[in-house]
Design a protein around this ligand. Structure first.
Ligand code: SF4
Length: 342
């Protein structure tokens, strides 16, 4: 999985399952792979978790990153278990000698290390110097750790400096990007539940990507992990950087002109089309004011009317039917469109 340079922006998530609950961990990885996740990070809180990586690796297609805090031995065991990358916060794994041990073990294996600084993990002296976990403090903390690795001739480095504050996150990455050329892993940490978390992430990650900053992203949500992947694709697709792996639903917000039960129709349609993995744009509009116009941009579209609606393919009306027939007719049209079979 190439990260950085001209490589596509890679999408990451982090397992909710305990790493030593191997069965559930593998099932979650499969769901993430199915959703289009390209890198999966696993928490390594103890030696048992570090050893479990070996078994999980046998089933996982995506690269696995071991997330290490406090104990450098967990990084060493994870490397022995065949992990594909490490995420460490060098400030909390026991000093430069321990970092050196980890780097010396990663170097011959060509295993990359992400230096992950969070606003909550900035060292005391930097907090004092800058008056808190400011962007300048986070960047200096990250650069301090980068030097520790570079001093050992280790350059397979990625860096993240996440804050739960969107503006601080943007300012920190902007500053960091002026100082280093290493690939940057973007994210707004502890962003919250789906709606606020996705919005904060879209702002923080989206603004940076739009400025050409960032190489891999993780949307942090207090939600099922596949939602993180979905949100990540929405951000990348919105910026024209990647395509969604599946159906994009364009639906109207509804208004007083609405004459069909659009909200429940869109909810059902979205669920029923979730299995389609080819890029497809489906528009579901409440009335003919915007319906035909939007449908021209979509592969398949519906525009509702008075207890009835029209089905369109690339903006051409192909059928008019009753409201209670719209959903099935739409499914039929999508099936024909995707398979090319009438
Ligand atoms: Fe209202 Fe029609 Fe626009 Fe939907 S498409 S918001 S129903 S005007």
């Amino acid at each position: 999985m190439p990260i950085g340079g001209d490589a596509p922006i890679a999408i990451q998530s982090m397992l909710m399952s305990h790493t030593d609950d191997i069965k559930n961990a593998i099932q979650e990885i499969k769901r993430l792979e199915e959703a289009g996740c390209e890198i999966v990070r696993v928490a390594v809180p103890d030696e048992s978790a570090a050893r479990s990586i070996k078994k999980i690796k046998k089933e996982a297609k995506v690269p696995l990153i071991a997330d290490i805090h406090f104990n450098h031995k967990l990084a060493l065991i994870s490397l022995d278990s065949g992990v594909d990358g490490l995420r460490i916060n060098p400030g909390n794994i026991g000093g430069p000698d321990k970092v050196k041990e980890v780097v010396q073990a990663a170097l011959p294996r060509k295993i990359p290390i992400r230096i992950g600084v969070n606003s909550g993990s900035v060292e005391e002296d930097l907090l004092k110097k800058f008056g808190g976990p400011t962007p300048e403090a986070m960047v200096e903390s990250a650069l301090r750790h980068v030097r520790l690795l570079e001093d050992q001739n280790f350059f397979e480095i990625k860096i993240s400096i996440k804050s739960s504050n969107v503006i601080d996150t943007i300012d920190s990455y902007r500053l960091l990007s002026q100082k280093v050329n290493y690939p940057l892993h973007l994210g707004v940490t502890e962003a919250g539940t789906i709606l606020p978390g996705a919005i904060k992430s879209a702002l923080g990650i989206g603004i940076l990507l739009y400025e050409g900053i960032g190489d891999t992203i993780r949307v942090s949500l207090t939600a099922e992990t596949t939602q993180e992947v979905r949100a990540a694709y929405e951000i990348l697709a919105g910026l024209g950087l990647r395509k969604r792996p599946g159906v994009e639903i364009v639906s109207c917000p509804t208004c007083g002109r609405l004459q069909i039960d659009l909200v429940s129709l869109v909810t059902r349609v979205e669920k029923r089309l979730a299995h389609i993995k080819v890029p497809l744009k489906v528009s579901v509009l409440g009335c003919i004011v915007n319906g035909p116009g939007e449908a021209k941009e979509a592969d398949i579209g519906i525009a509702g009317g008075n207890g009835k609606g029209v089905i369109m393919r690339r903006g051409e009306i192909v059928k008019t039917c009753r409201e209670d027939e719209l959903e099935e007719e739409l499914m039929k049209q999508v099936e024909e469109f995707v398979t090319g079979v009438k």
